[in-house]
Design a protein around this ligand. Structure first.
Ligand SMILES: NC(=O)c1ccc[n+]([C@@H]2O[C@H](COP(=O)([O-])OP(=O)(O)OC[C@H]3O[C@@H](n4cnc5c(N)ncnc54)[C@H](O)[C@@H]3O)[C@@H](O)[C@H]2O)c1
Length: 250
């Protein structure tokens, strides 16, 4: 019960890593608003998880909608202690000169602007109430850039530098900001990184590129996010890029 009675929002909480974080937070005593553009999936996962979970449909690229999401957490659970800005889009590998122009806006809108609105509106509340904790999902690619994923990598580099800058800005207030940097996770997004058509061979080559020989699981991310949210255990940790990557970015 390391997060007993804490209230969290997890964006992108209806799938993959976000769902793993949600599950681990609930197991540790938190109440979680599963905030996702896929409202139906958020609803079904919240129903499965029980009364300490609730669902909220949101598009994180919409500033007013993100503000309303925070109001929803306050109305449903009575406040907000932890913002996990995790929602993101993957990219199909593509040489830069062949990358469609619209891919740039698609990626930056969700991965950077969406994360920004979540942090900005949470900070407004956290400053007013005098406490709060922010976790963003960056990526191992922010630590070790990869070819053919230049635009996606740039969004995650931006997420990481954003988190570090915000951590410095908020450190005097005791509000911590940290970034999770996962490598290949066996989530629905992996399909995108495999070019949209998952094959046994492609999946195996992803797996064998991981030094520990396995994918990062939703639970791996959940446990790391519990640690960063725990004041007792991570109370002195801010502005860090926590690689959850089985050694991929060494
Ligand atoms: N899976 C990987 O290999 C991997 C590796 C590194 C980083 N990441 C990052 O981890 C995070 C979670 O990815 P995942 O693998 O769990 O993917 P996923 O596709 O399983 O989950 C992403 C979730 O975000 C939601 N979402 C997308 N756009 C949204 C929007 N505009 N507003 C609200 N919700 C939105 C989706 O509906 C989905 O539920 C992302 O930020 C991703 O970039 C993933």
């Amino acid at each position: 019960m390391r997060l007993k009675d804490k209230i969290a929002i997890v964006t992108g909480g209806a799938s993959g890593f976000g769902l793993g974080i949600t599950q681990c937070y609930i197991d540790e005593g938190a109440k979680v608003l599963i905030a996702d553009i896929d409202g139906a999936k958020a609803e079904s996962e919240a129903a499965r998880l029980g009364p300490t979970a609730a669902a909220h449909e949101v598009d994180v690229t919409d500033s007013a909608a993100v503000r309303a999401m925070i109001e929803a957490a306050k109305n449903i659970f009575g406040g907000l202690d932890i913002m996990v800005a995790n929602a993101g889009l993957g990219q199909r590998p593509c040489p830069l000169d062949e990358t469609p122009d619209e891919e740039y806006d698609r990626q930056f809108n969700v991965n950077v602007k969406g994360m920004h609105f979540c942090c900005k509106h949470a900070v407004e509340l956290f400053k007013a109430q005098g406490h709060g904790n922010i976790i963003v999902t960056a990526s191992g690619i922010a630590l070790m850039p990869r070819p053919n994923l230049v635009v996606y990598g740039a969004t995650k580099g931006a997420v990481l530098v954003y988190a570090k800058g915000l951590a410095m800005e908020l450190a005097p207030l005791g509000i911590r900001v940290n970034a999770l940097c996962p490598a290949a996770g066996d989530t629905p997004m992996l399909q995108e990184f495999m070019g949209g058509d998952e094959t046994v061979d492609k999946k195996e080559s992803f797996r064998t590129s991981m030094p520990m020989g396995r994918f990062i699981t939703a639970e791996d991310m959940g446990h790391a996010a519990v640690y960063l949210a725990s004041e007792r255990e991570a109370g002195a940790i801010t502005g860090t890029a926590l690689a959850v990557d089985g050694g991929r970015t060494i």
